[in-house]
Design a protein around this ligand. Sequence first.
Ligand SMILES: *Cc1c(COP(=O)(O)O)cnc(C)c1O
Length: 370
Amino acid sequence: MICPASEQTAALTIDLRAVVENYRLLAARAIDSQIAATIKADAYGLGITQLAPVLAAAGCAFFYVAHLAEGISLRESLNQQGVAPPIAVLHGIAVQDHAVAAAYQLLPVLCDLGAVEAWRRIAAQQNKKLPVIIHLDTGMNRLGLAPADVAALAAQSDSLAGLDVRYWLSHLACADKPEHPLNQQQLSLFKAQLRGLPPAPATMANSGGIFLGSEYHFQQVRPGCALYGINPTPLVGNPMRPVVRLTAPVLQLRQIGAGESVGYGASWRSKRLGKLAVLPVGYADGWLRSLSNRGHVFFGAHAAPIAGRVSMDLLTVDVTDVPDHLCAPGMPAELIGAQQDVDAVASAAGTIGYEILTSLGARYRRVYES
Ligand SMILES: *Cc1c(COP(=O)(O)O)cnc(C)c1O
């Protein structure tokens, strides 16, 4: 894509050093476990081709994606770097794609008994052991073998014939709430299930799970959000380094008279003679429409409230109280950064940091700091 020199677009800066620091912080927390990076959804919107090599260079030797296609592109980008860590596909891999999975060395996460059976058949046909991960549902009720199916698997001695189980996997529903009783329930059930199954390493903790304590760590942990700077411990301060900065230049400054309205639906009305700044960011860029008349952007340390609806490509903010030397056409407003982190934006929007990051649009000028 050709970028004009006078870019009037917003800039998304991704601090790759912070990603590495976050990886190390987590490694120090889960000292006896492997740190597998969960890098699905294009590394939570930040760019898998940029982040995966950096994580691999930092020592990350195992990756989780959600889709087969994500696994293929991750494999291709890691190949270019000359490293070949295991990549597991959380949604599983359809039987008809098993040859693709083998060609790209992708590990399927088997999520029901049907998938276990199907991969056993492929192993028998090929007369070799196939590496797999098996997902045991311990209370999320989303993906994974239900407890009765796990019992059936454990009861039948040849139920895993032909399969090389690399990990028994489970996933926590409430890891960001340490007091939630479901954490302990899921842990107890998972441990009980592991006792009845053929021995293999186990993995349970996402980012939040790492902070629940070492009994949740097993042999591998699977952080996603914490690597990307989202707070994995929302009830206390964020132990992670911020990764993302989003700034947007002022496209236009304009006066607004007392009583005049702003934007679609005329949902905001000025109470005084004031000043507005128009920024080139809208809901098509992932600046969620739910931020209409909520939340702020910053000029230096001065907050400028969002005035009116967020439209597709534009955002209007009230800069009446922002000093002129901080706010002129072309000068940057901070949307995510030192003044407000991803979690603060999410909270203003009524969502979670994950949704803010994975919604970040394709129109930003992306700058990777290394
Ligand atoms: C997304 C996901 C993770 C990572 O979760 P975070 O909360 O982002 O750390 C780990 N395991 C599974 C199964 C997931 O779906």
